[in-house]
Design a protein around this ligand. Structure first.
Ligand code: NCD
Ligand code: ZN
Length: 356
């Protein structure tokens, strides 16, 4: 990484986003260009209304995503896919999926844990035959790490998942590659750091680095900060920041950018998900700058994710410039509106050649 004096600009290898939701259909043309303008590679989540449960569906989805990439970025942006793990996933699917070279892993959604997880896994033991194959062929298991028992407090669901599911699973499959997705707690950050294993990585979102639950709940309820796993108290935000800037290659970008139409978020039963694809690189840079850790930005943003997924590190560089600009209040989303994270706020970093 190179930084000019007083950080008026920064150049880093182009980042990758190892966890993004694009949805499907008409809205692809509104969201895919944002991610393609920011990132060189991305890993797309499979929780569509009709989930991406096999390789054929994934390849068809990949083609639709590619069509939504603007012409000038078609050679510069490569999406990779994940398959949606269910109680019924066939063990043969693992090798088939990896042979596509497009699919990198399987996403474990505990049934009922989050948006469109109804078809998820009811008991991890139902998937042991598939997981055995994943370990054998080096597929990554991406986990949404929250238990779903209704009596467990929503703020404790991630920590409990570590004890109840993750630790036993890693004991049974010690060489299974697991990406602990969008970690939100000190317990998760400490666990990943202390294990210090090549088989365990974790993605962190911009919202969990920049905010805590006060941003969402103090002074009025703010639905655009609501995502799952939910924002936690400040001490967890601090622990995540510490992990992200630690220089440990176990932590990497996963924006979890998850678009929902404005009216579905500003609703008496609002959807979970923050939209950050438009300005994710700027958001992360802001978080690292506040920690005086811009020298650690490139590893977290552009190297450790690819390293974990055993993908080539990008060669192209991007430049961020110190420049004020205002995040739009709304974006297009098919025939609906979409409110981005930090809508209306002033950002102090701008990606050169950004979408806006
Ligand atoms: C995601 C979505 O909307 O698809 N929502 C979210 O709050 N993060 C699902 C997920 O990753 O949990
Ligand atoms: Zn997600």
């Amino acid at each position: 990484m190179s930084t000019e004096s007083k950080h008026n600009s920064i150049e880093i290898i182009q980042p990758d986003d190892m966890h993004v939701h694009f949805r499907d259909g008409d809205v692809l043309k509104d969201v895919v260009p944002h991610t393609a303008a920011q990132f060189a590679k991305c890993l797309v989540m499979p929780n569509l209304k009709s989930p991406v449960v096999n390789s054929e569906l994934a390849i068809a989805y990949y083609e639709r995503i590619k069509q939504a990439v603007p012409n000038n970025l078609k050679d510069k942006f490569e999406p990779f896919l994940t398959l949606y793990l269910t109680d019924k996933t066939n063990s043969d699917e693992v090798k088939k999926a990896l042979d596509t070279q497009i699919i990198k892993g399987f996403k474990l959604y505990p049934a009922g844990a989050t948006t469109l997880s109804e078809n998820g896994v009811t008991n991890i033991k139902n998937c042991y035959a598939v997981i055995e194959q994943m370990q054998k062929y080096n597929a990554v298991l991406l986990v949404h790490g929250e238990v779903t028992d209704h009596h467990v407090d929503i703020f404790d669901r991630e920590a409990k998942f570590i004890d109840d599911v993750l630790i036993p699973l890693r004991k049974d499959f010690p060489e299974l590659k697991i990406s602990f997705e969008h970690i939100t707690t000190k317990q998760a950050a400490d666990y990943v750091l202390s294990e210090n294993s090549q088989y365990l990585g974790a993605s962190i979102t911009p919202q969990h680095l920049l905010y805590n639950r006060n941003h969402m709940l103090a002074g009025g309820i703010k639905p655009h900060y609501y995502c799952l796993p939910i924002l936690k108290r400040s001490l967890h935000q601090q622990a995540l920041l510490k992990a992200a800037i630690s220089g440990s290659d176990r932590f990497y970008v996963g924006t979890d950018s998850a678009p929902h139409a404005k009216y579905l978020k500003e609703n008496s039963c609002g959807c979970a998900g923050c939209y950050s694809a438009l300005h994710a690189v700027e958001l992360y840079t802001t978080a690292f700058e506040a920690e005086n850790a811009l020298d650690k930005l490139e590893g977290f943003m552009s190297i450790y994710g690819s390293k974990f997924y055993e993908l080539p590190i990008n060669t192209h560089k991007i430049k961020l410039i110190k420049q004020n600009w205002q995040v739009p209040n709304v974006l297009n989303f098919g025939n609906q509106e979409l409110v981005p994270l930090a809508a209306g706020e002033t950002m102090t970093w701008k990606l050169e050649n950004s979408f806006l």
